[in-house]
Design a protein around this ligand. Structure first.
Ligand SMILES: [Zn+2]
Length: 354
């Protein structure tokens, strides 16, 4: 059997990829409700979730993250299905574990990651809310450990203190911990701490990886990643969304469509259902990943909006050779824009008018 390296061993060597963005992709595939965003798919269509994990694995993801994002007690209360909380978590973890171990012979198994995230009830001035959040983290981490997680990911926190609380609970498991934050458009955590100071504190609290995920595209995430990389000693993670955020509109929550949109979303904003024209292309994602990798940021992935094609770009930057690499672009055989000598000149000549 091929040995399975730990997260930190992988990061000390070539790096590790964690594909994310399950909410958006499951929604696109017709298995999840936009807006509500609860990962019931783990119970209702386990095969669909398994397929997505397999597609990401095929494209080069080293980590199979259990799809428990938003699968916490508060969200289950919002949709009136608190009784499904534990079954949902366990089902998602079991599916992730199964896929992580399901690799072809001679290939290193993936790591399975348990996952907790922003709860949306954290209130800096209400200790009861904080106690409740801690309890939510504890039960989810308990199930993740129970189901054999190799590592833990805490993510998308926009309150610094909530991130610290999450990490404390995660650390008590003894497993490797990744903690990534998601500052909103004001470019500061909601409780007034800078993203850099939050990451420095998370390192002090024992995180193996600190960094940013979600909300921000390459352009508005990279400056923070550089700053963090220069100021912490532990590994750094970067998982942007593949959308063209800008200094004026740093996150996808308030991203405007270009002027040529003739059919705006009925709810009045592009987030989350009308972001399609604002996608980055694969080369923009590749550039971001290369910029990160060049400065030794080696925990990389793509968040909401991700698809396997983008994960393959990350894998290529890291020098990995996942099965999907066999199908990477080959324009030389294109019928009109190719360079293959069999492509007739009169077809090539037509290319600019096509
Ligand atoms: Zn995301």
């Amino acid at each position: 059997m091929t040995t399975k390296r730990s997260l930190v061993e992988r990061l000390n060597q070539e790096g590790a990829i964690c594909a994310e963005g399950f909410l958006f992709e499951m929604e696109r595939r017709g298995y999840l409700t936009a807006g509500e965003f609860v990962p019931e798919v783990a119970l209702e269509y386990p095969e669909a979730l398994k397929n997505l994990h397999k597609d990401f694995q095929h494209a080069g993801s080293d980590i199979v993250e259990a799809f428990t994002y938003n699968g916490h007690r508060e969200k289950m209360r919002v949709i009136g299905k608190e009784d499904l909380l534990e079954p949902l978590n366990r089902a998602a973890l079991k599916i992730a574990k199964e896929v992580a171990n399901d690799v072809s012979e001679g290939t290193e198994p993936n790591l399975m990651a348990g996952n907790i995230s922003n709860t949306n009830i954290w209130n800096p001035s209400d200790q009861n809310s904080q106690k409740e959040v801690r309890g939510m983290f504890e039960e989810m981490i308990g199930w993740a450990v129970d189901e054999g997680a190799d590592m833990l990911v805490g993510e998308t926190f926009y309150f610094a203190e909530e991130a610290y609380c999450a990490l404390e609970v995660m650390k008590s498991s003894g497993l490797p911990c990744v903690l990534t934050i998601a500052p909103m458009g004001e470019n500061i955590m909601r409780d007034g701490v800078t993203p850099l100071d939050t990451c420095k504190e998370l390192e002090q609290l024992g995180a193996d990886v600190v960094g940013l995920n979600c909300f921000r595209g390459p352009e508005t995430m990279l400056p923070y990643i550089k700053d963090i990389r220069a100021n912490v000693k532990c590994h750094v993670g970067a998982l942007p969304i593949p959308y063209r955020t800008s200094e004026k509109q740093p996150t996808f929550f308030n991203l405007d469509d270009y002027d040529n949109c003739k059919c705006a979303a009925p709810h009045g904003r592009t987030f989350p259902t009308a972001l399609d024209p604002l996608f980055t292309n694969r080369y923009e994602i590749r550039k971001f990943m290369q910029d990160c990798y060049d400065i030794e940021v080696k925990y990389l992935g793509v968040c909401c909006g991700a698809n396997p094609m983008l994960i393959r770009e990350v894998a290529d930057v890291m020098g990995k050779n996942p099965p999907a690499m066999r199908f990477r672009e080959n324009m030389s055989n294109h019928f009109m824009y190719g360079t293959n000598k069999r492509i007739p000149e009169h077809i090539k000549d037509y290319g600019d008018k096509a």
